[in-house]
Design a protein around this ligand. Structure first.
Ligand code: ADP
Ligand code: MG
Length: 317
């Protein structure tokens, strides 16, 4: 006998109105959202005991088909729902296998002035385009930790695509984070926003800047990496649950004393690298152009594309 599937949080065994309210207060309104938590996380967010949380997660997960094995066929079907967001440059889109993917984290890393923020702004404008035009037909959330969001740039880029700049601006939601703690909390806020609005892209510009400034010295490294890891797990989950593109930017550590070794290593090392499905290294090329190098991807060859940053936005180089 197969049990009838439940669809609502209130249907979980042991969940009465009071517990349901605790979930809601923590911004958790679907079985999927509960089923993808860890017991500790859920307990912290709701104040409910860890053991009860583990039970709720198990039942919610079972009913939302989380944590079960999927066949290759089913995974192919899931892959088919992945959206591809145009970067504005054809050669670069091709390098990415069609564009920036939804349900994945794409990381742009490079030195100051390499164009990371310009990519975020261009992708934000493009995400509002209809799917037929390479967009995601949705709205965008940007967590801005460096105060580099410029509405003027959005207006220029929107005009260049013959879009109504006011309409585009109204679809881009910018949250300024002043420290890493706020930055992490903002992912929860965006999840709430995504219940009312079709948020199809979430960007964090910059992912690592605040962490880097706050966790100084050797002894703090493990702590910092742990926090970044938790943050990225939340970002990946957002992308998965909302079929959204997640775009993060990352600085490189310039260590001139590193005589050997790579002077252009992205911050956050393996933690960021393993969670980002696509890593793009940006550097200045000749005549103001930018070289975009796809560094490692599960299914695409490592390669480079040339782009220009113009008043109109990102274009083929
Ligand atoms: P990062 O975020 O990597 O520090 P940015 O994305 O802010 O770098 O890139 C800044 C660069 O983008 C500028 O140095 C300039 O080359 C280019 N850029 C910014 N705005 C414009 C514009 N309106 N027209 C042409 N190029 C621009
Ligand atoms: Mg920037």
């Amino acid at each position: 006998m197969t049990e009838a599937k439940i669809e609502n949080i209130e249907d979980l065994s042991g969940v009465g109105p009071a517990v349901a309210e605790k979930f809601r207060e923590a911004g958790l309104t679907t079985l999927e959202e509960i089923g993808t938590q860890s017991p500790g996380q859920l307990s912290d967010a709701t104040g409910i005991g860890v053991d009860s949380c583990a039970k709720f997660i198990k039942e919610a997960g079972k009913n939302a088909n989380i944590g079960s094995f999927l066949t290759g066929t089913e995974l192919m079907e899931k892959r088919a729902t992945v959206g591809k967001l145009t970067t504005g440059a054809e050669a670069f889109n091709e390098l990415l296998g069609g564009g920036v993917e939804t349900q994945s984290i794409t990381e742009f890393y490079g030195q100051y002035g390499s164009g990371k923020t310009q990519f975020v702004l261009q992708l934000a404008v493009n995400a509002t385009l209809p799917i037929e035009q390479g967009g995601l037909g949705g709205e965008v959330a940007i967590i801005d930790t460096e105060n580099t969001f410029r509405p003027e740039r959005i207006i220029s880029m929107a005009k260049a695509l013959e879009l109504d700049p006011d309409e585009v601006l109204s679809k881009i939601h910018v949250g300024r984070a002043y420290n890493s703690h706020q930055q992490m909390l903002m992912v929860e806020k965006v999840s709430e926003l995504a219940k009312e609005l079709p948020i199809k892209m979430l960007a964090v510009d910059s992912l690592t800047g605040a962490f880097r400034a706050e966790y100084i010295g050797r002894g703090t490294l493990a702590d910092r990496q742990g926090k970044i890891n938790a943050h990225m797990t939340e970002l990946a989950r957002f992308g998965d649950l909302n079929n959204a593109a997640v775009v993060v930017t990352n600085q490189v550590s310039s260590n001139p004393a590193a005589f050997f070794g790579d002077p252009t290593k992205p911050i956050g090392g393996n933690i960021v690298g393993h969670t980002s499905k696509f890593r793009i290294y940006l550097r200045r090329g000749k005549a103001g152009k930018r070289v975009c190098r796809l560094v490692d991807s599960p299914h695409l060859p490592e390669n480079e594309a040339l782009v220009s940053i113009t008043e109109d936005g990102i274009r083929d180089g």
